[in-house]
Design a protein around this ligand. Structure first.
Ligand SMILES: CC(C)(COP(=O)(O)OP(=O)(O)OC[C@H]1O[C@@H](n2cnc3c(N)ncnc32)[C@H](O)[C@@H]1OP(=O)(O)O)[C@@H](O)C(=O)NCCC(=O)NCCS
Length: 424
């Protein structure tokens, strides 16, 4: 199936395809409908005219690949964020999804994006292609009586966020989330400078010494239910978070509760003083990730201080045609001096047959801790960090290992569970 890169002249056809799939209306007469897609992404698609009975000027299937970057336990790695993937209703049920997704992964590999991420509307169809749920974005409804009793925190003051102070908010976000796994780095054309707009507001928390300590951001809405959507409450320590929650509590005269978006193991959860929070209604957005280039993903992560050793890693991937990307393969992984080195081992018939037989059968030099065998689903779960091989096995994914090799890989990948706050 001919999958091609979309050009600015395809913008209208792409918007018609996605508005039909996800909602919204597009007026072809409106020049905005034909405006080029925003920079920092690649769009690919399949022409309807290339299919039997297809129509000219119509896209049968298309998707965008965002050129994102995510944190990786103190390192960072480029990430292909998949957005706006849709198949035209006239061409559904004919296998275009699998064709398009394989092309998406090949393109991520070509563009040196070692991992891919998406918010699935249907996780199962992506799971079949090696994506794994690694995180969920949760929204809590927090009663403001819970925040009213918070005392003021000495040595902290809040200041309004303006376009001029926005770079300080960005810098704080980068600094506070650098050690996390999977948080988007908010840079480049996908995150333009300046205030986000659309009613977004924020306050910066500043210490007595003038150091920026945290911020809270929200959107105020009119109408039924909680009128305050709190997007982020980030601080350097617990006192910073308390001071920011106190600011949120000041809305208690005009609303009874707020919606608070929290990430996995959000430190804010450990500071909320009252126990009245409950999950807000609606579906819980899942975050799925997939390894595209195992060696590159491994080496992007700094190794914990003092950890050293070597192991042989085999990743199998039967979800896409062989050679689609560089997830599968045999890798010699060396950990030393705070760094990871992963070397692809050329497959000779014997090595491959031996290593597929079981962990101990792998041909590894004496000095290694042994072998780890992962299917692509386990690799996608584990290599973004914060999970153990035992977690993968509990999910029924293939994660077999010699015990010392398992301990080494677990130690390398230890850290916070992946979490993401940005939706696309
Ligand atoms: C979901 C969508 C992309 C599937 O495209 P498609 O080309 O019809 O899918 P395919 O024919 O390649 O089918 C792929 C597999 O997914 C399954 N599938 C397709 N749509 C499905 C659905 N809505 N629910 C569950 N399974 C579905 C098919 O049964 C098929 O499984 P099989 O290989 O075991 O037969 C398409 O229906 C669509 O564009 N929907 C609206 C937009 C959307 O949901 N996009 C994904 C957003 S993350």
């Amino acid at each position: 199936m001919p999958v091609r890169e979309l050009t600015p002249t395809d913008a209208l056809a792409y918007r018609l395809l996605t508005s039909s799939a996800f909602g919204g209306s597009v007026d072809p007469a409106d020049p905005a409908a034909s405006a080029p897609l925003s920079p920092g992404q690649t769009a690919i698609g399949i022409d309807s005219a290339a299919l039997p009975g297809g129509a000219g000027g119509v896209l049968a299937a298309a998707a965008r690949i965002r050129h994102d970057e995510i944190s990786l336990g103190g390192g960072r790695v480029r990430c292909g964020g998949i957005a706006g993937l849709a198949v035209h209703p006239a061409h559904r049920g004919e296998g275009l999804f699998a064709e398009l997704l394989a092309a998406v992964l090949a393109r991520c590999d070509e563009e040196s994006l070692p991992v891919s991420m998406l918010y699935p509307s249907n996780p199962e169809i992506y799971r079949r292609h090696g994506y794994q749920v690694v995180a969920r974005v949760e929204t809590l409804e927090v009663p403001l009586v819970d925040l009213q009793r918070l005392r003021s925190v000495p040595g902290r003051r809040t200041v309004p966020v303006t376009a001029a102070s926005m770079p300080r908010v960005r810098a704080l976000y980068e600094e506070v989330t650098a050690g996390d796994n999977a948080m988007l780095r908010r840079q480049g054309p996908l995150f333009p400078d300046g205030l986000p707009g659309q009613g977004w507001e924020a306050v910066l928390l500043v210490g007595a010494d003038g150091q920026d300590r945290g911020y809270a951001s929200w959107t105020r809405r009119r109408g039924e239910g909680p009128g305050l959507e709190v997007h982020e409450v980030l601080g350097r320590d617990r006192e910073d978070l308390r001071a920011l929650l106190r600011v949120i509590g000041s809305w208690s005269t005009v609303t009874e509760s707020v919606r608070l978006r929290v990430r996995t193991e959000d430190p804010v959860l450990d500071v909320l003083p009252g126990g009245g929070s409950r999950p807000a209604g609606g579906t819980v957005p899942l975050v799925m990730m997939r390894v595209v280039d195992t060696a590159a993903l491994l080496t992007a992560r700094p190794a914990p201080t003092g950890l050293s050793g070597a192991l042989r890693l085999e990743v199998t991937d039967d979800t896409v045609p062989a050679g689609t990307c560089r997830a599968e393969g045999l890798f010699d992984v060396h950990v030393a001096d705070g760094r990871v080195r992963a070397v692809t081992v050329p497959r000779s018939g014997t090595t491959s047959a031996q290593s597929s037989a079981g962990p101990s059968a792998a041909h590894s030099p004496e000095a290694t801790a042994g072998t780890v065998l992962l299917d692509v689903h386990a690799a996608s779960l584990l290599l973004v960090g914060g999970r153990s091989l035992a977690d993968a096995r509990r999910l029924g994914l293939r994660a077999d290992a010699d015990a010392p090799a398992e301990a080494l890989l677990d130690a390398l990948l230890a850290g916070p569970r992946p979490s993401v706050l940005d939706a696309f």
